[in-house]
Design a binder for this molecule. Structure first.
Ligand code: URP
Ligand code: ZN
Ligand code: ZN
Length: 470
């Protein structure tokens, strides 16, 4: 099918242009000047014309940190590949990179194959995987090389969760050395897990059992120390480093120092760390704070972590916004920790709201329109080896396109979201813009408040090496 998107303003990571986007089949074939001969004849020949007057036309969102059906803390995250990717599409995200995970004692290849099979035929939008290495040993190091050749070019390591996922410094260094050799990107969950567990146990023994204690014991110092350590190890291992879900100013400072010294160190943050805080969200009467239990945790408002993160997004010390979408229902999931914050499954569902929440940063004067697209689409695609297939509107790229109405405010609620989640962490927030039309590889999947996608449309994407490293 040929589709012409006309009348809109195309926003890219470098600016805004009045342009018409011509799609043939699954691919963008041209960007045309409005009113030009080519545009007029394209309109005559197109099978479908989408009127984007007064709208922004942007590359589909690329969310490089999601957890569909993640097994954690005795629960499984409540969105599977079907429900989670459909919700992502509603929110203007057209590609996700999720995780396949090896935990201690498991075989990397078996874990990867099982995850690939789990997602096969289930996704509404294109998807790919990072590989979690929870047991770095000779066999897993060899598998890293094979996976890179199969399009799995990034590997997440944990400095937290001892006994389950945590790697010690020697293992981290070995994985970094391997990545330096095979071109992979090491992603790091940077929190000092052993130290956190000491404080968590002490808090529990003092009878401090509520959700807010999750935030108190996962101290900013522990995020900052682990970030610093990861950076030093990456320097010795001569490997690039991407730090996930950054929430603390002190950790961001470590990244800024490293980058100022020329290191290939990158970091992402997530909407929850920009808009939520410990005092208002985690520290609530009763058990409602459990809705906001995630790791790294929400940080205090009075110490201005949120402002510092916005600054980092402007300076590029934070180069990506992902969601770390990891939803657990309050009923029968979060409530496992009603008497002990250590048993609350960690994670917040937000895959549907990233484009809107970060657009709100534009209207609040925190970032530019171009930076919105860069943070949510172009840089994640480049960082994770998806570019220029994804993350950009240019001839030859996949026709993953969002028509965004910047003048349609609406209020987020559990009653109107599409995630399989019995609450919304974003309940009651009125966002200034709305995703109106979504194309995934040339297929219109959201239009006129109606969903016309389907599971199985989404394809696995073999990724190349990070554009930042070649
Ligand atoms: O709380 C979180 N972030 N849960 C998902 C797992 C992780 O560490 O990213
Ligand atoms: Zn993590
Ligand atoms: Zn995560």
């Amino acid at each position: 099918m040929t589709i012409l998107i006309k009348g809109g303003t195309v926003i890219s990571s470098t600016g805004a242009d009045l342009a018409e986007v011509l799609v043939d089949g699954e691919t963008i074939v041209a960007l045309l000047s409005p009113g030009s001969d080519l545009a007029v004849s394209a309109e005559g020949g197109a099978e479908k014309v989408i009127d984007a007057t007064d709208r922004y036309v942007i590359p589909g969102g690329v969310d490089v940190h999601t957890h569909m059906s993640l097994e954690a803390g005795g629960s499984v995250s409540s969105d599977d590949f079907d429900t989670g990717t459909k919700a992502a599409a509603w929110g203007g995200t057209t590609t996700i990179v999720d995780f396949a995970a090896q935990t201690f004692g498991e075989n990397v290849r078996e874990c990867y194959d099982a995850r690939l099979a789990e997602a096969d035929g289930e996704c509404h939008i294109d998807y790919s995987f990072h590989m979690v290495l929870g047991d770095v040993n000779d066999a897993s190091l060899k598998e890293m090389d094979l996976l890179v050749n199969e399009g799995v070019t990034s590997f997440k390591l944990f400095m937290a969760y001892p006994g389950v996922l945590m790697s010690d410094d020697g293992q981290i260094l070995r994985a970094m050395q391997q990545a330096a050799g095979n071109g992979g990107l090491i992603m790091m969950h940077a929190e000092n897990g052993l130290a956190i567990d000491v404080l968590a146990e002490q808090a529990f023994e003092r009878g401090e059992t509520g959700p807010v204690n999750h935030g108190y014991v996962r101290r900013a110092e522990f995020e900052s120390e682990a970030t610093h350590r990861a950076i030093q190890l990456a320097k010795v291992g001569a490997a690039p480093l991407y730090i996930v879900h950054m929430s603390a100013s002190e950790a961001l400072e470590q990244v800024a120092i490293a980058r100022n010294n020329g290191a290939n160190v990158f970091a992402e943050t997530c909407p929850q760390y920009l808009y939520f805080n410990l005092e208002d969200h985690l520290d609530q009467e009763g058990f409602d704070g459990a809705k906001y239990v995630c790791s790294t945790p929400l940080r205090t408002k009075h110490e201005h972590h949120q402002d510092d993160l916005w600054t980092g997004l402007r300076t590029n010390d934070l180069s990506v916004v992902s969601t770390d979408h990891c939803p657990f229902c309050m009923k029968e999931q979060k409530d496992l920790g009603i008497n002990d914050f250590r048993s609350i499954p960690n994670g917040i569902g937000g895959v549907e709201h990233r484009m809107d929440m970060i657009y709100q940063g534009v209207t609040q004067g925190e970032i530019s329109l171009a930076r919105w697209v860069e943070l949510c689409s172009t840089t994640p695609a480049r960082m994770m080896g998806l570019y220029p297939k994804k993350g950009v509107l240019q001839p030859g790229s996949d026709a993953d396109i969002v028509v965004y109405n910047p003048n349609h405010s609406w209020t987020i609620s559990v009653d109107n979201h599409h995630m399989n989640l019995d609450y919304s962490a974003y309940e009651g927030i009125t966002v200034p813009g709305k995703v109106e039309t979504v194309l995934s590889r040339g297929k219109v999947i959201v239009e006129d408040e109606t969903y016309s996608g389907g599971k199985g449309h989404g394809q696995f994407v073999r990724r190349g090496l990070s554009s930042y490293l070649i």
